[in-house]
Design a protein around this ligand. Structure first.
Ligand code: SF4
Length: 551
């Protein structure tokens, strides 16, 4: 059957058709649509359980439990979510995976909606695990199906890496008949699941021994395609993931140019699954003088090549500046490295090519803004007014990650740091201990549940003089208004349970008419020389709109 889907949805459908039993995750652009698709199917009576978790670590640990019980499980997250899940991810490699376990991670090169450009292939390599990198929606579907088989065959978790341009683009996908995997039953040899030193040492040796079989799997895999016939062996190209598409878009011109000079286009290896197929790389480069590596993300393949190839081969790519070191690749910006002239003009509409402005035309930037009437704007008005009485050196407003990150920009200009989920509270504690008088942490309700709770325990234990402002908009707004793990009414009891003094928990409604009262209460809590928590609670406007329209 043919269907037109996003890359994220193709992966989700592939997992369903592979006999997925449960999927857990935490929303994050550009991965969110994987779970949204599965939740939608689940709500419509599908069999696979699909649930958002409080963070990526608990999601992956839940999936490990499903695998232990002998069922197929998947976890979804964005690239920085894998940092949060790194502990179970790295340790999970040493377990005797039972039901197939797939970790679907969507990277965001170009940082469209992220705080860094990290490349998840490094994580798979670090954990000695296989990774699959689809370059099309069809491959996303096919590789999701395959990943569960691979996981069960070698008893390892398997990572699938997507990137924004694939996750968020639609294409036709041919689906296959759904599989009904055999019931495996729960794990029996629990020494494969207990990382006590004596077992972990043995399991680690076993993982290392699997490397040879996984390397052979990657060498023989159809996605790792070597093209050497009627090609110029002295100039080789390695493409990986979407880098292959950008090369292909230029191939006709590249071949024409080479043939008009009596030559042939470069020999080429495309890599779609890892470990890197070292034998294929050596074969490709047997007579190469120059090698160009085109890969989306960080120079992962490129950096590894020096351990595979002799130094006499010149390697061009991101490390020597032949390709952009940061941001996304595209069909245009790989052309100079291929020896092609800059692309000219605006491509005709309807060809699916990226539109580009005429040379010299600088388009005005359109930075994102809080929605008009957003509750965060009223919260920031109160925060700005409350800290204004302190000298600049005596105040710090440290933020977290969510819609409220937009408070960094004018007209709010209210926050001074954005680092990672949960960092605001610990940073404010540190700043308070370092002598900042008005140390304020700003964090959303979902981010608080994700990574803020443990930081609150530290703050309680230190009785640090800081004020935590929880912006409770009762949803995970930034990624499309997913449900938070706990409803707003549970926040206060949770804070009390974590040890926050009831006298210093305030719940306020951020509205323009309440500005003076809210500022006064917040100022009093900032003045208090201990831990205080101020909850600004008003539902996100987008969430209200969606609830009313039923979307
Ligand atoms: S989506 Fe909601 S929380 Fe985000 S800016 Fe808009 S109103 Fe504010």
């Amino acid at each position: 059957m043919q269907t037109i889907v996003l890359g994220d949805e193709a992966l989700a459908q592939g997992a369903l058709d592979a006999g997925l039993f449960a999927c857990y995750g935490y929303p994050g652009t550009p991965s969110t649509e994987i779970m949204e698709f599965l939740i939608d199917r689940f709500k419509r009576g599908g069999k696979a359980v699909a649930r958002w978790c409080v963070n990526e670590k608990t999601a992956l640990e839940g999936a490990l439990g499903v695998s232990f019980a002998g069922r197929r499980a998947m976890v979804t997250m964005k690239h920085v979510g894998l940092n949060v899940a790194a502990d179970p991810f790295i340790n999970g490699a040493l377990l005797g995976i039972r039901g197939g376990l797939v970790i679907a991670v969507a990277d965001d090169p170009g940082m469209h909606s992220s705080q860094n450009e990290q490349d998840s292939r490094f994580y798979a390599d670090f954990a000695l695990l296989p990774a699959l990198e689809p370059r099309s929606q069809q491959e996303a579907y096919d590789m999701a199906r395959e990943a569960f088989e691979l996981s069960e065959k070698h008893h390892v978790p398997v990572l699938i890496r997507l990137v924004t341009r694939l996750s968020h683009a639609r294409s036709a996908v041919e689906t296959s008949a759904p599989l009904t995997p055999a019931r495996l039953g729960r794990a029996r040899d629990t020494s494969e699941w207990m990382l006590l030193p004596a077992f972990a040492r043995r399991n680690y040796v076993s993982l290392i021994e699997k490397s040879a079989a996984l390397s052979e799997w990657a060498r023989a895999h159809g996605a790792n395609k070597l093209e050497t016939e009627r090609r110029d062996a002295s100039f080789a190209v390695i493409t990986a993931g979407l880098g292959g598409n950008y090369y292909d878009e230029n191939f006709a011109e590249l071949a024409e140019k080479a043939e008009s000079g009596g030559g042939a286009p470069p020999a080429r290896l495309h890599i779609g699954v890892y470990p890197i197929p070292a034998d294929s790389v050596r074969k490709l480069c047997k007579n190469a003088k120059r090698l160009l590596v085109i890969e989306e993300g960080q120079p992962f393949v490129e950096a590894k090549l020096r351990g595979i190839l002799p130094p006499s081969i010149e390697i061009d790519g991101k490390l020597n500046g032949k390709l952009p070191r940061s941001g996304e690749l595209d069909p245009d910006n790989v052309r100079p490295a291929l020896g092609l002239p800059p692309a000219r003009g605006i491509p005709p509409a309807g060809l699916g090519l990226p539109s580009r402005p005429p040379a010299g035309l600088v388009l005005p930037s359109r930075p994102p803004q809080l929605c008009k009437g957003c509750p965060h704007a009223d919260s920031y008005a109160a925060i700005n007014a409350a800290v204004a009485v302190y000298a600049a050196d005596d105040r710090a407003v440290l933020s977290d990650i969510g819609c409220y990150s937009l408070g960094a920009s004018p007209p709010h200009s209210a926050i001074e740091s954005i680092v990672c989920m949960g960092a605001s509270i610990s940073m404010a504690r540190g700043a308070a201990e370092a002598g900042i008088k008005a140390a304020v942490a700003v964090i959303g309700d979902s981010t608080f549940l994700h990574s803020g709770m443990t930081a609150i325990v530290d703050a309680v234990s230190f009785n640090a003089p800081l004020t935590v402002v929880i912006l409770d908009n009762s949803t995970v707004a930034m990624t499309g208004c997913q449900e938070t793990a706990l409803p707003p009414a549970r926040l206060r009891p949770l804070l009390l349970g974590l040890g926050v003094d009831a006298a210093h928990i305030a719940e306020l409604e951020p509205l323009p008419k309440n500005l003076d009262a809210n500022t006064a209460r917040l100022a009093a809590e900032i003045e208090y020389r201990g831990l205080s928590v101020v909850i600004f609670r008003r539902e996100c406007l987008e969430s209200i709109r969606r609830n009313r329209s039923g979307t």
